[in-house]
Design a protein around this ligand. Structure first.
Ligand code: PGA
Length: 253
């Protein structure tokens, strides 16, 4: 049985006082981590403060990006060593906004995924097709190849701990979602890709999230699919009440 994982991706939203206010509201109310893993991926500036604020609670804190090198002359970048030192648990890697706007490549996604494990961070590895690729019937091939490249060089044990987020680019922040069946089909294909590259065991253990306009009113539909184990949520994770509703919908299922 794979435990569901709901991760909020705040992107470049909030100032510190708002971030702390959010955690204050949710921290006593999130369902037990025996039922669901609750993660908040916050801007790097707030991570130290939020890690401290969530100590002893069932909320885990994630970064939205990291560099693959431990340290060095990389102006403006965030070191995975520094993230781990702060007590950060997860890092999103290869979000489509980073791929599109900040020149993230399959190669750097792979290096970051390997580096995350080296430093004891759980990677949330993102993949997903454009509308053009979907309409051209290339979704499975494209997403499968993104996943295969991202996971190259991991051990089977590491793959089992990896979180993969399938996020069709055309569904992110648009209010449009893939149908739950279509999303599941791609997630099943991702699982087959992992089985072929590693093993059935690894494929059965890896958790696959759907992302793209997930909200409290549609999350159950996605989570009821056999190959969808959670959600990566942007817009609907910004308000404490909506974030809690997402978690409750999953925990009470
Ligand atoms: P959205 O974003 O929920 O606002 O569509 C999802 C994401 O980009 O992770």
């Amino acid at each position: 049985m794979r435990k569901p994982i709901i991760a909020g991706n705040w992107k470049m939203h909030k100032v510190l006082s708002e971030a702390k206010g959010f955690i204050e509201e949710v921290k006593g109310l999130v369902p037990s981590q025996e039922k669901v893993d609750a993660v908040v991926c916050a801007p790097a500036l707030f991570l130290e403060s939020l890690v401290q604020q969530t100590q002893g609670t069932d909320v885990k804190i994630g970064a939205q990006n990291m560099h693959f090198e431990d340290q060095g002359a990389f102006t403006g970048e965030v070191s995975p060593v520094a993230l781990k030192d702060l007590g950060v648990s997860y890092s999103i890697i290869g979000h489509s906004e980073r791929r599109e706007l900040f020149a993230e490549t399959d190669e750097s996604v792979n290096k970051k995924t390997l580096s995350a494990f080296q430093h004891g961070l759980v990677p949330i590895v993102c993949c997903g097709e454009t509308l053009e690729q979907r309409e051209g019937g290339q979704t499975n091939e494209f997403v499968g190849s993104q996943v295969q490249k991202a996971l190259t060089g991991l051990t089977e044990e590491q793959v089992k701990q990896t979180v993969i987020a399938y996020e069709p680019i055309w569904a992110i922040g648009t209010g449009k979602t893939a149908s739950a069946q279509d999303a599941n089909e791609v997630c099943a294909h991702i699982r087959q890709t992992v089985a072929a590259q590693f093993s059935e065991n690894a494929a059965n253990a890896v958790r696959i999230q759907y992302g793209g306009s997930v909200k409290p009113s549609n999350i159950k539909e996605f989570l009821s699919q056999p190959d969808i184990d959670g959600a990566l949520v942007g817009g609907a994770s910004l308000e404490a009440s909506s974030y809690l509703q997402l978690l409750e919908a999953v925990a009470n299922d």
